[in-house]
Design a protein around this ligand. Sequence first.
Ligand SMILES: [Zn+2]
Length: 85
Amino acid sequence: MTKAYTLNAADGQQYSSPTPGRLGGHRRARIYGRLDCPSALRAIAAGQYVTHRVFFADEPTAVAAGYRPCAVCMTEAYRRWKSHR
Ligand SMILES: [Zn+2]
């Protein structure tokens, strides 16, 4: 059986992909970050994150979907985002 991954597209729609997303995101907070982000993993462990978890194929898709970079694990992108808003 082929595993399918549910990813978030640039228009906010979910779609099925044969490859896993490279970035994770929080649907409510509209933040994206690395899958191993310590901040996200803490939130997941606390049980408050999973229901809002989304995945993106890459960074441009996350940005196009209206998400902003995580300040914890994407510090470079976050600084760029902050200085351009
Ligand atoms: Zn993060």
